[in-house]
Design a protein around this ligand. Structure first.
Ligand code: PMV
Length: 317
């Protein structure tokens, strides 16, 4: 018996970083997915196979090991061990991962994979509800990234467009906008945990200034909400570019990102970093009138591709 589930990557339209300090973020899942397929093994091992590497462990040694280069796989071992223990199953599990979401560039691959693996592994026993999957996926992700806000995991599970606050949780934004975005990859792989730490240090050294930036971000998010409801692309684009200015202030932009933003803004409605920054990707807002021109501009300087909002979230296959 095999159990397969898939979960989408995401982009952050507004509010990354500031969401960790009481602000809200607007996110959407995108039509690029990660697929996880699990099956039982007779040997008491957990095996993970993916294009980024393979790893296997005896179930007994899962809590003791330092995972070295396959550290990102740690949540998957935890998820499998927990499911086997909960069901008193004396077997092992193999998990095979396939991804359309490039890793380490701010498209939510680590959250999407936790969602897909949680659903696929537990699906060997029973199909969990989305609420249960998101709870377990966040717990699993916190093994390697304690400070995660849970925003990526939530949008990957439920899909669509959402506003997220660490206190207020997840709320769907009821707009059936079919936003078109172009993603351009700076080709600089980033480490979210490290960048979050750098921003925290910046905040501690610039308390009042950071406070002002948080207020500006709140205004941007509120205005963006009403622009989204009206499908006002001009205003949304301007707000994205304003949000980018704040991300520059907290030093998560780079020369390469600034270049991509300049190119994107020549033809699109607006552009900004998505995710932690210091590398990773930018997103630019387009529609049919300027999609091709924006791709033509950006592809001179970076890898880029168009995406749309995914409204499905987690899928059992
Ligand atoms: O770069 P990503 O996709 O891991 O996004 C990180 C977003 C942050 O706001 C910087 C952290 C978080 O957990 O919300």
């Amino acid at each position: 018996m095999k159990s397969t589930a898939s979960a989408p990557g995401k982009v952050i339209l507004f509010g990354e970083h500031f969401v960790l300090y009481g602000g809200k973020a607007i996110l959407c899942s995108i039509n690029k997915r990660i697929f996880a397929t699990s099956q039982f093994l007779d040997e008491k091992k957990v095996k993970v196979r993916s294009s980024l590497g393979n790893a296997e462990l005896d179930i007994r040694s899962i809590s003791e090991l330092d995972f070295g280069t396959t550290r990102f796989m740690r949540p998957f071992f935890y998820i499998a061990k927990r499911a086997l223990e909960e069901h008193g199953e004396n077997k092992g599990i193999e998990i095979v991962l396939e991804s359309e979401v490039p890793a380490g560039i701010g498209l939510g691959s680590s959250s999407a994979v936790c969602v897909a693996v949680t659903a696929s592994v537990n699906g060997l026993f029973e199909r969990l509800s989305k609420q249960e999957v998101v709870k377990r996926a966040i717990e699993a992700e916190r093994i390697i990234f304690k400070e995660t806000s849970g925003a990526d995991t939530s949008v990957s599970t439920f899909g669509g467009l959402m506003i997220y606050g660490t206190n207020s949780g997840f709320q769907e934004i009821s707009s059936k906008n079919d936003l078109d975005l172009v993603i351009a990859n700076s080709s600089q792989v980033h480490n979210t945990k490290e960048i979050v730490r750098q921003v925290r240090t910046f905040k501690e050294k610039n308390v009042d200034f950071f406070d002002q930036l948080c207020k500006q971000e709140d205004e941007i998010v509120n205005e963006a909400l009403s622009a989204l409801k009206k499908n006002d692309l001009n205003t949304l684009g301007l707000l994205m570019s304003k949000n980018q200015d704040l991300l520059q202030e907290i030093k998560v932009s780079t020369k390469q990102i600034d270049l991509l933003i300049r190119e994107a803004k020549k033809t699109s409605y607006g552009a900004k970093i998505t995710g932690a920054g210091v590398g990773g990707c930018i997103i630019s807002l387009v529609d049919n009138s300027n999609l091709a021109a924006t791709i033509d501009n950006l592809k001179k300087v970076a890898d880029c591709f168009p995406v749309k909002i995914d409204y499905q979230g987690l899928l059992y296959i």
